[in-house]
Design a protein around this ligand. Structure first.
Ligand SMILES: Nc1nc2c(ncn2[C@@H]2O[C@H](COP(=O)(O)OP(=O)(O)OP(=O)(O)O)[C@@H](O)[C@H]2O)c(=O)[nH]1
Ligand SMILES: [Mg+2]
Length: 435
């Protein structure tokens, strides 16, 4: 499942809702739901862009430019003394965070605000579409992300173009962690003040030379000033430098979201697979127990056939699938058929070159655990007298299997054995697809 961050978020949310409907008290399912809720939050939260730089370098003007409306309430943000976090909200909100906690400011509440509060940060909620893609953190001069305030994933350093990149700026930026450099954009504000012929090119060349490796991009901008002396740029799309900055931020933010989605996808897959392995631990009838025990001891024996070659892995997987087909047929009839002794595949001669036996055992071990879980749920119909409870397990299975992306794992196995497809695979897959 190669999905965008938003698609993955919808998928996870839907899966969590469906798991909530299932009336199972299994701790594994509960842990899985907590993990899914956590992943939803990670996927829903837009990356944060911190705007840093020395005092009066144009940070708030850049925040305003990214927002695109000149909406920042200037009385709050001129001469920024505390970090200001601006995020999406369907109505305008203003929160202050102090040592004592967070307070929502309303017109009525303003008068009740105790004097002498130690402000840590201000949070502004705005119904601004751009904030669906990224949050903005406007900071005071000398800010260090994450040290005593909010952290971010994209970092803009503002420098005033005519006197850009002073020694103190270099010292501050160089002291920040490397992730700031890797995700950093150097924004030279006051581009409009570089009036002389060739001045912009000269400063640009000097900046690129002096900051090599410290930023992923350098952009010159005429920022919309807060001072009435500076004529505001009415439409940022008309200002190519503003658009270049917006494009640079948008590109990087979507790359970060895609990276996050890939990581979240791996975690979700893993958690769902483990949860699936722990489903239906309830008591089994003696016959069902015998079927499960026979399968488990045979699969353990088969795993020992994995030797120092990829061929041995294929042989063991094929033998496991054949053995699983027998157990599944037994599970459906409810009676263990007379056992034919299994033949553990020959490990074969060792292959030349590196081959990691331990990793191969882990991989095949996971497949064996998937099959055990499938079998246990199948067998639960003989142990769980309550058909509703059995239906709940089947429902949980139908939610977890797509999340764990086991279809892809078994499709790959199907392709691998396509030349001589054993009947066992189709049985295994049918079981996996049933809901
Ligand atoms: N001419 C011109 N003026 C700018 C530009 N960017 C910012 N300014 C002006 O520079 C002054 C400082 O801008 P701010 O955006 O408040 O700077 P800041 O870094 O947020 O300042 P502090 O929060 O006090 O550290 C304001 O008067 C802005 O109008 C620009 O590109 N061109
Ligand atoms: Mg400011």
């Amino acid at each position: 499942m190669s999905t965008t961050s938003h698609e993955l978020w919808m998928l996870v949310r839907d899966a969590r809702f469906r798991l909530e409907e299932v009336d199972l008290s299994d701790p594994a399912v509960k842990i899985c739901m907590v993990a899914l809720a956590r992943m939803e939050k990670v996927l829903a939260r837009p990356p944060r862009v911190a705007i840093m730089g020395e005092v009066n370098s144009g940070k708030t003007s850049i925040a305003d430019l990214l927002l695109g409306d000149g909406v920042l309430p200037s009385s709050v943000v001129t001469n920024t003394h505390v970090p200001i976090l601006i995020k999406w909200s369907d109505e305008l909100t203003l929160d202050v965070v102090t040592q004592q906690g967070r307070m929502r400011l309303t017109e009525a509440g303003l008068d009740d605000l105790p004097s002498g509060l130690q402000l840590k940060r201000i949070e502004i909620g705005l119904p601004n579409e751009r904030l669906a893609a990224f949050e903005i953190l406007d900071t005071p001069g000398g800010y260090v992300p994450g040290l005593d305030g909010p952290d971010a994933q994209v970092f803009i350093w503002c420098t005033v173009a005519p006197r850009a990149w002073t020694e103190s700026e270099r010292a501050h930026w160089s002291s920040l962690p490397q992730r700031c450099w890797q995700n950093g954009i150097l924004v030279a504000t006051n581009k409009d003040a570089l009036g002389r012929a060739g001045e912009l090119e000269r400063v640009a060349e000097r900046l690129r030379g002096a900051t090599g490796g410290l930023f992923r991009d350098v952009v010159f901008v005429t920022a919309v000033g807060l001072s009435p002396r500076v004529k505001p740029v009415a439409d940022d799309a008309a200002d190519p430098s503003a658009q270049a900055l917006l494009d640079s931020v948008a590109d990087w933010v979507s790359a970060i979201r895609a990276r996050r989605a890939r990581k979240a996808e791996r975690i979700i897959r893993h958690v769902s697979r483990l949860t699936f392995h722990r489903l239906a631990p309830g008591p089994l009838s003696p016959e069902a127990f015998a079927i499960l025990e026979a399968w488990q001891s045979d699969s353990v024996a088969l795993l020992k056939g994995i030797g120092n070659s990829s061929d041995s892995v294929s042989r063991v997987i094929e033998a496991l699938l054949r053995r699983f087909a027998q157990s599944l047929a037994d599970a459906r009839s409810g009676r263990p058929a007379p056992r034919t002794p299994i033949v553990v595949p020959d490990k074969g001669p060792p292959q030349r070159g590196p081959f990691r036996v331990a990793a191969a055992r882990r991989y095949v071990g996971l497949i064996a655990a998937d099959l055990t879980a499938l079998l246990r749920i199948e067998l639960a119909q003989w142990g769980l007298r309550d058909p509703v409870r059995y239906a709940d397990y089947a429902k949980a299975r139908s939610v977890l299997l797509p999340l764990a992306n086991l279809d892809a794992t078994y499709d790959e196995l199907g392709r691998r054995f396509a030349a001589t497809p054993p009947a066992s695979e189709s049985v295994a897959l049918t079981a996996a697809h049933q809901s």
